[in-house]
Design a protein around this ligand. Structure first.
Ligand code: NAD
Length: 478
């Protein structure tokens, strides 16, 4: 495949800005470790211009009728669909995931903008019957104000689309810092919006050293809301900073999803689904199924079938359509895998598949399966965020749900059982923001996506995603 990699830019106040004397950083192809391009970093003055533009443009954008705002979002969605194959290849080049997965992600980014385009028209208020005289209590939903959004590298087009879509549909302006590891993907979303007629300044895209950018933007009183997807420690830092000026926050942080598998399922028929979900995007997915709690009677067969399928999974460059798993996104993930797996083996886990890096060029890691992993092993307590399945036996429902709820995280959880009453009871008992029963399909624009406990708060997508960019105002009129 010849490289379609574009010149990297930022978007500030309607202008595309290149390096022009600014600091730059290389963007690396995780499949080859070659440099794809050089990304300009925003100077403090660039961030100030983006803030000023967000403040100015908010005044007019919030007055644009929701239907008109929606038309721009819909046009951007259709441009993304027209450019889908180009965007798909950018995602695979920068992030490493197989083209088939990148294609689905690109389609979902378009669907997300389109969904918000529609939902923005339904930011309803209400009239409350007053307890006194001729008083009327009118409740309005107004856009909260300029939003600062930070998107991670693992879903470099759909995550920016969620954050930008919600903000713009609600009538907010937005400054986004996409991931420095996969910048061209997010820029393609911004280009579609600009080409669709988005007014200058409503969306700015900046890059840089993440904590420097977030500190600069979050200290500003102009920013009224922060939307972050990433790790729990960074989410906590951003919340502390947001508290200084009482900014609203949506925090979509890490998880460590348990999967409860009961002995009434047909093991062979569910395993292909499990493998696809576990090794999607190399397991670098916040809702990735990770801790499999499998009922004793089917445990051995489950582990054996899982390991055999993992060993057979084709791994290689995401640009080769035959591969089901590409490289990890960056070298930090290779180091994390090595440390967590070594620790788990030392703690007494059984290695059933994988467990090591593939080659020494490109960040490839073998799909790995560990069984009988002690709860004390680091990987049972820290999100592995990699191609690692942890499979442990459980006796019954009580043990399964207790072990599933043991961690301070609560993003996604899954239950597999053909007994409807049991599956529903487990679903009710799991401490998670999202529960999949007999499936892993929990991410779609219409449904709320978010966690509980240390996995964060607030939801993206769905009416909740729009609501998070709106504020409630009461007008009491006589
Ligand atoms: P990391 O914490 O260094 O970075 C995660 C993301 O946050 C990156 O996109 C990064 O650019 C951004 N970031 C880091 N510091 C920031 C700051 N001060 N201000 C604003 N943005 C900042 O971790 P990593 O090694 O890149 O990713 C691995 C960990 O991150 C995983 O363990 C996982 O928990 C978490 N993560 C979660 C998601 C998710 O979808 N919830 C996505 C990516 C990463």
């Amino acid at each position: 495949m010849s490289s379609p990699y574009p010149k990297l830019r930022m978007l500030i106040d309607g202008k595309w800005i290149g390096a022009e004397g600014r600091t730059t950083q290389p963007v690396i192809d995780p499949a080859t470790e070659d440099v794809l391009g050089y990304l300009p970093h925003a100077a403090a003055s660039d961030l100030d211009r983006a803030l000023h533009a967000a403040e100015q443009s908010f005044r007019s954008w919030k007055r644009v009728p929701a239907r008109k705002r929606g038309e721009i979002l819909k046009m951007a969605a259709s441009l993304i669909r027209e450019r889908a194959e180009h965007i798909t290849r950018l995602v695979t080049l920068e992030e490493g995931k197989p083209l088939a997965e990148a294609r689905i992600e690109t389609a979902m980014a378009a669907d997300t903008l389109e969904w918000y385009a529609e939902e923005g028209r339904r930011a309803y208020g209400r009239i409350i019957p007053s307890a006194v005289g001729n008083n009327q209590l009118r409740v309005m939903q107004e856009p909260v104000g300029p939003v600062a959004a930070f998107a991670p590298w693992n879903f470099p087009v759909v995550n920016p689309a969620r954050k930008i879509g919600a903000a713009l549909a609600a009538g907010c302006s937005c400054i986004m810092k996409p991931p420095e590891e996969a910048p061209a993907s997010a820029l393609a979303i911004a280009e579609a919006l600009v080409d669709a007629g988005l007014p200058d300044g409503v969306l700015s895209i900046v890059f840089g050293v993440p904590h420097e950018i977030s500190t600069h933007l979050l200290r500003s009183p102009i920013i009224k809301k922060v939307s972050f997807t990433g790790s729990i420690p960074v989410g906590k830092q951003l919340m502390k900073m947001s508290a200084e000026t009482m900014k609203r926050t949506t925090m979509e942080l890490g998880g460590h999803a348990p999967v409860l598998v009961f002995d009434d399922v047909d093991v062979d028929s569910v395993l292909d689904l499990f493998l696809a979900a576990k090794f999607m995007n190399d397991g670098q997915v916040c809702v990735s199924p990770t801790r499999f709690y499998v009922q004793n009677r089917i445990f051995d067969r489950f582990v054996e079938g899982f390991a055999a399928r993992a060993e057979a999974l084709p791994v290689g460059p995401g640009t080769d359509e035959r591969n089901r798993m590409g490289p990890l996104a960056h070298p930090k993930r290779i180091d994390a895998m090595a440390v967590l797996i070594e620790d788990a083996i030392r703690a007494g886990s059984r290695s059933c598949a994988g467990g090591e890096r593939i080659g020494n060029r490109g960040y490839y890691w073998k799909p790995t399966v560990l069984a009988n992993v002690p709860e004390t092993a680091r990987t049972m307590n820290e999100e592995p965020f990699g191609p690692l399945a942890l499979i442990n036996p459980v006796a019954d429902e009580d043990e399964a749900v207790a072990r599933a709820n043991r961690l301070p995280f609560g993003l996604a959880a899954y239950v597999f059982s053909t007994n409807g009453a049991r599956a529903r009871a487990m679903g009710d008992g799991l401490e998670a923001g999202m529960v999949g029963i007999n499936n892993f399909a929990i991410s779609t624009p219409e449904a709320p996506f978010g966690g509980v406990k240390e996995s964060g708060h607030g939801s993206e997508n769905a009416i909740e995603g729009l609501q998070a960019c709106l504020t409630t105002k009461l007008i009491s009129e006589c």
